[in-house]
Design a protein around this ligand. Structure first.
Ligand code: SF4
Length: 759
């Protein structure tokens, strides 16, 4: 039972938005390209309308009511007591008449619901209900209004609640059953593995204190179960609505689902939904998501209730299950999954569903005021992924193409954009320049281009495809990032060969963008096998200052891994060629002493090729297989398959690439590794800009730009060797710099490092 601020108790609380989405949505799914206002534009539009009203006008009026077992809450956009007029504000672009009838019906349902709630609150016999549509481009309002009696509004509202009531009862029952089974849940294995209990307790304590946690725990201890289990045990106490398990890669989703299956045996009602990218699950690739183009969008909302009903009963909604359900009910699997997020307990999804600029899970959580716990798997990946989410670039060739295909009105603004582009690059005498601001005239030209193209696509949505639309998205993204530009990013200008010039906004420190995401959760746990130093990640990711950290000791013993630093090898650029002979001799000597499978890591394909050739020349009998650029999945699988338990040879790979993490070769499948690089990014203009910025912000430019990211890759790659407590192996660190104290401090404390060879 929940108790509202009005003192009523009710079994189930629902927002007006969710109530209407459930009971008043009908007809086609229609995501025909409309340049939808961004969240910021929507908020700004609401504020604009509200600011135009007189002093008596009340904005954002909180309302709540109870109907039977249902408590409904929400916030009306505006109420004018003197005129007894309630307003629901919607923003749009383009032709007003193109707003779909089923969208308008939904808007009316929301507005009338607020109308009734106000009538009830103020005991009004009647009220004017107004839908205010603000055209974002012209600033004009189109107002639809009706005078309604309280009785009529109550009737409509009760009918809406009636449609939801049976579902709400089912949901209440589900929640109660789930809470009881979580309370009774026991750890699914006979005992905790070493380190696993420590991690589980750390997660439990952090979320109990409503703090975020950065946890480093070794591979193989069962981190996924160790992080999920405490969240389930604390589910009731934390009043949790949902857990989001976020992964960097598809393989991570598989591991999470497997662990959830294991945990789910103890709580059968657990509902799990897997979110997969649209392009991977779309049944009609290449078509647009609207009823005229895709049969699964036609009448989607009419068939959704039955699909939703069955999906909720099934509970386990991974990609396959969603596909089967969607097929059975002739609805789109992608949008069915999005709907089922509302009714699921755990959602397994890629990082971008929570962290990127228009993240679906984040937006829904805010809308629905959910209490969510967030788990970020392999969280060392988040920094680079987030930088990508908040970076963008425009190429001159894309601009030229767009200008060529654009109709006259648009060509004018693209040409203007091009002129401002040229003005940015005209004084440039070197290939690369980084700036601390986006030049204002260029920014204005971006805004103009966005406005004109948005208008064009709003008027002619059927024209929305091809290079012009792609260019519009690129410009829109650029313009939005220019609006939020700050010292966390740089404005870059690259002058290349003809047509290859680019302008870019490159995010260096995503902290500002990610901070609200952490704040929106009741606790976020970022965990990984290699996520240290903690301060570096806390600073760069924008985790709260009171974030806790936990380092779980490795269950492995120093005797399991012989770690040798080759003092007579230098992989510095200037020394590389001269070091090749020593380097390949170490590899060959180790292989001769203990034949078996090894991995050898290099900083680049060039260095890899040079070492492979040197080894083949001097030690032709040593079997070698190599990673190549842009390997397909089957080729990657073939590379891994060479590591058979009875096999012998050396797999050459690039540090930080496909084989440096996420592969599991226990026992004899891998008995050693050679790491011929400190993994540090190249010293170049772009990285030097990063170093300066990191220095200004955190006083640790070199470490934050080069040392920490580099050594993380080394430790990740080396971590391939010892996977279980019965493994043993050898690790050769092929560079004298590994002996430096600041580098050794970053190596796992359980390694017993030996320096070999002349310094
Ligand atoms: S099946 Fe594909 S085209 Fe159809 S609605 Fe779903 S995502 Fe869109």
């Amino acid at each position: 039972m929940t108790e509202g601020s009005d003192g009523h108790t009710a079994a189930y609380t629902v927002s007006v938005k969710a109530l209407c989405a459930f009971g008043a949505k009908a007809g086609d799914l229609d995501l025909r390209f409309v340049p939808a206002p961004s969240a910021q534009e929507g908020i700004a539009g609401h504020s604009l309308v509200q600011s135009r009203r007189d002093d008596d006008y009340q904005s954002e009026v909180s309302l709540a009511t109870v109907v039977g077992d249902l408590r409904v809450r929400g916030r009306a956009d505006g109420y004018h007591p003197k005129h007894r007029r309630i307003e629901e504000i919607k923003t749009f672009r383009g032709d007003f008449d193109r707003i779909k009838a089923n969208h308008r019906a939904l808007h009316w349902a929301q507005a009338r619901s607020y109308g009734w709630m106000l009538c009830e609150q103020h005991a009004l016999p009647s009220i004017t209900v107004a839908l205010v549509y603000l055209d974002l481009d012209s600033g004009e309002e189109t107002v639809l209004e009706e005078r309604c009696t309280a009785d009529a509004l109550r009737e409509a509202f009760q009918a809406l609640c009636g449609r939801f009531a049976a579902w709400a009862r089912q949901e209440s029952l589900h929640r109660a059953t789930l809470a009881a089974s979580f309370d009774a849940l026991v750890f699914p294995h006979a005992g905790f593995r070493p380190g696993q209990r420590e991690l589980a307790e750390g997660v439990f304590r952090a979320t109990a204190a409503r703090r975020c946690l950065v946890a480093q725990a070794p591979t193989g201890i069962g981190k996924t179960i160790a992080t999920l289990f405490p969240l389930f045990k604390g589910w009731t106490a934390r009043r949790t609505d949902k857990v989001f398990f976020l992964t960097a890669k598809t393989s991570g989703r598989g591991v999470a689902l497997e662990s959830l299956r294991v945990l789910g045996r103890g709580c059968r009602s657990l509902r799990v939904t897997e979110l997969v990218a649209r392009e991977k699950v779309c049944e009609y690739p290449g078509r647009a998501c609207h009823g005229d183009a895709c049969p699964l969008a036609k009448g989607f909302y009419d068939r959704l209730p039955a699909a939703r009903e069955e999906a909720a009963t099934r509970a386990w909604l991974d990609r396959q299950a969603l596909r089967e359900l969607a097929e059975a009910h002739a609805v789109c699997p992608y949008f069915l999954a999005q709907e089922m997020v509302r009714w699921s307990d755990v959602v397994v999804a890629d990082y971008n569903y929570w962290f990127d600029g228009s993240a679906f899970l984040y937006a829904l959580t805010r809308d629905e005021v959910w209490r969510v716990s967030v788990l970020v798997d392999e969280a060392h990946n988040l920094l680079e992924r987030a930088r990508g989410m908040y970076s963008t670039e425009l190429t001159e060739s894309a601009l030229d193409t767009a200008r060529r295909v654009a109709p006259a009105g648009i060509r004018r603004v693209i040409s203007q954009l091009h002129r401002e582009w040229r003005a940015v690059q005209a004084p440039q005498t070197v290939a690369y320049v980084a700036g601390n601001t986006v030049p204002e005239p260029f920014q204005r030209a971006l805004q103009d281009a966005v406005a004109v193209m948005a208008e064009h696509f709003a008027q002619t949505p059927e024209a929305a495809s091809g290079p012009l639309q792609q260019f519009f998205f690129d410009v829109l993204q650029f313009s939005r990032l220019a609006d939020s530009f700050g010292s966390h990013s740089v404005f870059e200008s690259h002058v290349g060969v003809e047509g290859a010039d680019t302008l870019a906004i490159r995010n260096l420190i995503p902290a500002n963008f990610l901070r609200p995401r952490f704040e929106a959760s009741i606790g976020t746990v970022c965990f990984s096998g290699t996520i240290a130093p903690f301060k570096f990640y806390r600073d760069a990711l924008g985790l709260p200052d009171d974030t806790l950290s936990l380092e779980v000791d490795s269950p492995f013993r120093a005797q399991q891994l012989s770690v040798q630093v080759a003092m007579d090898v230098s992989t510095r650029w200037r020394d590389r060629a001269g070091s090749l002979e020593s380097l390949v001799n170490i590899i060959a000597t180790q292989f001769a002493a203990r034949p078996g499978n090894y991995l050898a890591f290099f900083s680049s394909f060039e260095h890899l090729d040079a070492a492979r050739e040197a080894l083949a020349r001097r030690h032709p009998a040593v079997p070698v297989w190599t990673q190549s650029r842009g390997m397909r999945e089957a080729e990657r699988d073939a590379f891994i398959a060479r590591f058979a338990a009875e096999g012998q040879g050396i797999g050459f790979a690039v540090l930080g690439g496909a084989f440096g993490e996420g592969i599991d070769l226990p026992g004899k499948r891998l008995i050693g590794a050679f790491v011929a690089s400190l993994g540090m990014p190249q010293h170049n203009d772009m990285n030097e800009v990063m170093r300066e910025r990191m220095d200004e912000k955190f006083g640790e430019g070199y470490a934050y730009t080069y040392l920490y990211p580099g050594l993380r890759k080394v430790v990740q790659a080396a971590g391939r060797v010892i996977r279980t407590e019965s493994d043993d192996g050898v690790l050769h660190l092929l560079d004298d710099r590994f002996a430096r104290p600041e580098v050794r401090r970053l190596l796992p404390p359980w390694w017993n490092v030996e320096l070999v060879g002349a310094a």
